[in-house]
Design a protein around this ligand. Structure first.
Ligand code: 2AM
Ligand code: CA
Length: 253
């Protein structure tokens, strides 16, 4: 399973790299006023879906662009062909292909590949997390003032009135600094390898976070919703090392 995942996710990333150079406005469509989708999102999802269907015809598939297909057996592949489509369309490197595999409702395998950064993250349940084939751990940062975190504003793109700006204003002054690069999948993996000390966001979808959450937990990180419980991503997502996670729950609940 892992070698299959690594093979298809890197080939999917190569499609992104090749197509990003030639994108025009004609390749762009809108799911809502600010929610972009490019022809590449659809091409990459179709590629991944074909590969899964031919190798594992009995498995189900949930993709951001085409929804639920295949059987309703115990295996379900969850695909975000491009997490960070705004970065992708605007010629920036901070986007990733994200693929997770659930068995009976539990994520057992997850991969996030950022082709323009040359960064591949993956994890298998109970077997640890890896960045470009090296094992990773979350950071050991204990003080907020030494922490660099990330967040995002999917809520604003979705046009929601109850949004992240109020949390952002409260939390950012307590941190060393904040990053907002536009891919929840990469943000989660950066928490997993200690490039970031924490991440929070609201209004994400399961395909944005399924793989990244397994990478964080296998790297020793803590993942919860804004109440410190497990109803994510519906009730928000918090990911951090075990020292800083309680601070974020305290600020966000
Ligand atoms: P996407 O690029 O696959 O759309 C950035 O804040 C994160 O929010 C990205 O993971 C992005 O995923 C996601 N996102 C952006 N707009 C969204 C929307 N309208 N609803 C839900 N998630 C969204
Ligand atoms: Ca996407």
């Amino acid at each position: 399973m892992l070698s299959f995942l690594k093979d298809i996710i890197t080939r999917a990333g190569d499609i992104c790299l090749a197509e990003q150079e030639h994108l025009t406005i004609d390749d762009l469509a809108f799911k809502s006023r600010k929610d972009l989708v490019t022809a590449t999102d659809k091409n990459v999802e179709a590629f991944i879906t074909r590969q899964i269907q031919s190798r594992f015809p009995a498995h189900g598939i949930l993709g951001e662009e085409s929804g639920r297909s295949g059987t309703t057996g115990e295996f379900l592949w969850i695909i975000d062909p491009i997490d960070g489509t705004t970065s992708f369309f605007h010629g920036q490197p901070y986007y990733a292909v994200s693929i997770a595999l659930e068995k009976a409702g539990e994520t057992i395998l997850g991969g996030v590949f950022a082709p323009a950064l040359g960064q591949l993250f993956y994890a298998q349940k109970d077997k640890g997390a890896f960045f470009n084939d090296r094992p990773i751990r979350v950071s050991d940062t204990r003080a907020m003032e030494n922490a660099v975190m990330a967040t995002g504003f999917a809520c604003l793109r979705a046009g929601l009135e109850h949004n992240n700006l109020v949390h952002f204003n409260r939390i950012v002054p307590r941190l060393r600094d904040i990053r907002r690069c536009g891919s929840a999948a990469i943000d989660l993996c950066y928490v997993a390898c200690g490039k970031l000390d924490g991440f929070w966001e609201m209004n994400l979808n399961v395909y944005d976070v399924a793989a990244g959450i397994l990478v964080v937990t296998e790297a020793g990180g803590t993942v919860s919703d804004f109440n410190g419980e497990t109803h994510f991503p519906e009730n928000g997502v918090i990911a951090a090392n075990q020292h800083l996670a309680p601070f974020l729950v305290d600020q966000l609940q």
